[in-house]
Design a protein around this ligand. Structure first.
Ligand code: FAD
Length: 300
């Protein structure tokens, strides 16, 4: 991990920093730039305002007990119901972290809980994508994906280009009906399993783009990187891919004009547990930290 990023993540774990940031009202522009809000209503309102397809993430990682996992499932069920009631379900899917629904406690609990979310999504006519977390969870997440796809073949998964294994995973998941979201990867991974040089990660991303474009699945390219976006467009022409046979995805608050130009799907996080997510976004781009600190000082 680059030293500045490591420093920001270390500061983020400091209790004084946490309480300063976490006590900032959610309405502050800086938090709102990256997070839709804390409630289901906030998530639905942002979905309506954006006017782009979205994937909604209820923020809640590293669930340590069954009650907490149950609360996350209920939040997703409430969200899907609210999207349906607002007539927005066809353009809004959900992203789920298996760790939030009990993966660390028991894989079968995560499978049961994810199944409940998939059943509700299917009922309102939308889809679910499983986020990918650190490499120790990849095999378990792909096992759960395989089980879920038996009943709901449209369930998607994220693959991370920084992992050495990902080209093979892309090939296995490039068949008809398969939905794969390809990203660079956001966790601090050891060199034994991941490319650590950013250029190597980009090269791996392009190899994975080729594997997914050559297949019959529906690739979802999650990146803000202008060079990769150009290569994806060029590869789509090479593989004669219709524009509706793949999509671009970007995070809420990042490169909004480009999101509109590409008609990208926007990953919209919401929920009370926004602190960790916000810190990861700030660490990705240290220029954001200056913006953030200025805003904390000027509005407190
Ligand atoms: C839809 C979506 C879902 C994702 N799901 C996962 C997941 O399940 N698991 C996982 O490990 N990772 C996930 N990620 C995160 C991803 O792995 C990267 O960490 C993140 O997208 C940054 O990589 P990048 O491809 O945009 O390239 P980068 O090289 O990091 O960025 C390229 C350019 O994008 C802009 N940019 C990037 N990040 C920021 C930022 N925080 N603030 C402002 N500008 C920025 C800058 O202009 C930068 O130069 C997801 C990303 C997206 C878009």
């Amino acid at each position: 991990m680059n030293p500045l990023r490591a420093l920001i993540m270390a500061a983020a774990r400091n209790e004084a920093v946490r309480s300063l940031v976490a006590s900032a009202p959610i309405s502050r522009d800086v938090v709102r730039r990256f997070v839709a809000g804390e409630t289901t209503q906030d998530a639905v309102a942002v979905t309506r305002e954006l006017g782009l397809p979205v994937t909604l993430d209820y923020l809640g990682e590293d669930t340590t007990d069954e009650a907490q996992a149950e609360q996350v499932v209920r939040a997703y069920l409430e969200l899907l119901e609210a999207l349906h009631a607002a007539g927005l379900a066809s353009k809004a899917e959900v992203s789920v972290k298996l760790s939030a629904v009990g993966q660390a406690l028991d894989e079968s609990l995560a499978l049961t809980n994810a199944s409940r979310i998939c059943a509700a999504a299917g009922q309102v006519g939308t889809t679910v994508t499983l986020d990918m977390e650190d490499h120790t969870t990849t095999d378990s997440t792909l096992r759960v994906l395989t089980e879920l796809r038996e009943q709901w073949p449209w369930v998607g998964a994220v693959l991370q280009a920084y992992l050495h294994r990902t080209l093979d995973d892309c090939k296995s998941l490039s068949g008809n009906g398969s939905r794969v979201r390809l990203c660079k990867g956001a966790y601090a991974e050891p060199a034994s399993v991941a490319y650590t040089d950013p250029h190597e990660v980009d090269l791996s991303y392009v190899r994975c783009v080729n594997a997914l474009m050559a297949g019959d699945g529906y690739p979802m390219f999650a990146t803000h990187d202008p060079r990769l976006i150009e290569i994806i467009g060029e590869r789509a022409r090479w593989y004669d891919r219709a524009r509706d046979s793949y999509e671009y995805q970007m995070l809420y608050g990042i490169r909004q004009a480009e999101q509109r130009r590409l008609g990208a799907r926007v990953y919209v996080p919401y929920g009370e547990q926004w602190y960790g997510y916000l810190m990861r976004r700030l660490a990705e781009r240290p220029a954001n930290v200056t913006f953030f600190l200025r805003s904390l000082v000027s509005r407190s």
